[in-house]
Design a protein around this ligand. Structure first.
Ligand code: NAG
Length: 235
């Protein structure tokens, strides 16, 4: 009986430590979360500027319905805006494109930049799509380059409509149903915690399409860019 007591005491004794660790973790996460914006290298204003400049130039050349032309012009403007970021620009290389299935919608994407707190991609579909936006841990700025996107929140009976040059801002935590017309391409900028968004972006590939090749390439390109940026000191 005298021997049973210390064992009981020590198993009770670890709860304060677990509690302290959880509180410390919570404090660390809250601290990081309230400072997440300090890790951002891009701003929505500068990105929007690059988009508007590229759309005007494409329009002037009579090429604003030509997504290849618009994306090409946009990528050179983005490199001029952020020369220090080592953005990816070889969008004509099919190995750099992947299909993405998420929330029942399907599109393809090209990663321009991916780090722990930001990503910048070209996302869209040549044939159109529709689905759930996902509920994310980042603010999402969806700049329409060509085509049209519509979306609405539960409770709205009419959609919001976004045309080329418009930005659909989806703040963190907001959720909608969205639709994109055929040949809709957009510059999508997400700022916040990117790793928690990845399961939504990957789950359909594991549970629905079973497209492990696309899964592999998505992980390959995302990891390559995240590691490259971490090594350059970009969180
Ligand atoms: C679209 O733009 C690309 C890139 O500049 C060009 O090679 C292609 O010929 C254009 N397509 C049309 C139909 O003008």
């Amino acid at each position: 009986m005298a021997k049973a007591k210390p064992a009981q005491q020590s198993s009770f004794g670890k709860w304060p430590i677990i509690g302290a660790v959880l509180i410390a973790l919570y404090a660390l996460c809250s601290f990081l979360d309230s400072n997440v914006h300090k890790f951002y290298a891009m701003t929505p204003e500068a990105l929007n500027n690059a988009v508007q400049t590229s759309l005007s130039a494409s329009r002037a050349a009579g090429q604003d319905k030509n997504a290849t032309y618009v994306v090409d012009t946009l990528l050179s403007n983005l490199v001029k805006t952020y020369p220090e970021l080592d953005l990816q620009t070889d969008f004509r290389n099919p190995r750099e494109w992947v299909f993405n299935n998420a929330g029942g919608a399907m599109g393809s994407m090209y990663i321009i930049h991916a780090s722990i707190t930001e990503y910048l991609i070209i996302f869209g579909s040549a044939v159109g799509t529709e689905g759930h936006t996902g509920r994310h841990t980042a603010d999402d700025y969806f700049h329409i380059l060509t085509g049209q996107q519509r979306c609405y929140a539960a409770g709205d009976l009419a959609p919001l409509i976004y045309n080329p040059g418009d930005v659909n801002l989806m703040p963190r935590g907001v959720v909608r149903q969205y639709w994109m017309d055929g040949e809709t391409w957009a510059l999508e900028y997400a700022a916040g915690w990117i790793p928690p968004m990845l399961p939504f972006g990957l789950a359909d590939m594991l549970s629905s399409t079973l497209d492990y090749i696309s899964f592999y390439h998505t992980c390959r390109i995302t990891a390559r860019e995240m590691v490259k940026n971490l090594l350059r000191g970009k969180i």
